[in-house]
Design a protein. Sequence first.
Length: 219
Amino acid sequence: MMQRMLHLRPVRALSCNIDGVSVLEFALVLPLFMTLGMYGAEIAWLNAASLEVSQVAVSMADNASRIGQTDNSGVTPTISSSDVESVLTGALEEGGTINLEDNGRVILSSLEGHPVTGKQYVHWQQCKGKGKQQSAHGKADITGGLLSSVLDGLSLGGKTIKAPSGGAVMVAEVWYEYKGLFGTLFVDGIVLHEEAAVIARDDRSIDNGLTGNSSKNGC
């Protein structure tokens, strides 16, 4: 009996020893806290990227709507491909913090009412960026054919957008392929898509579409 008690004495002493308990507990919970922290950082960066994409879309549509405002020639201005090039380039530069040019695409479309049929159609469309995405509203249809997907207006944010008679609506789309902070550990294959639309603020000569080399940034 005495020998058995001698054998149990070290076990009892160990059970009463609290040295290093905090270190052991910390070691046990550290992986959980690290995982939660990394996941929180991932979600925060995803939300920041989504906000940036949304702001770029709004800014691009607004800038496009102002094209021609500085024309003081007295003649209704036309919109050139170089004007649109400036707007697209500005949008990519604005999205530089998320590397929008390499990981996404910006698309600008001119929604107009056909002068003959009165139906809505995309008169011209320009794209820029290394992404391969296409507009969610279809490609430009310079003839205003009845096969257009926006004949009765363009659906945006649950509302139907229509261009006024003789005017145009600048529709901006921004696509962005989100790259996770920790690779594919928490997210994989997320593509952000934001849109904005603003009516052209001044009179424009829209009958002939874009002037200049519109094929440079063709979609």
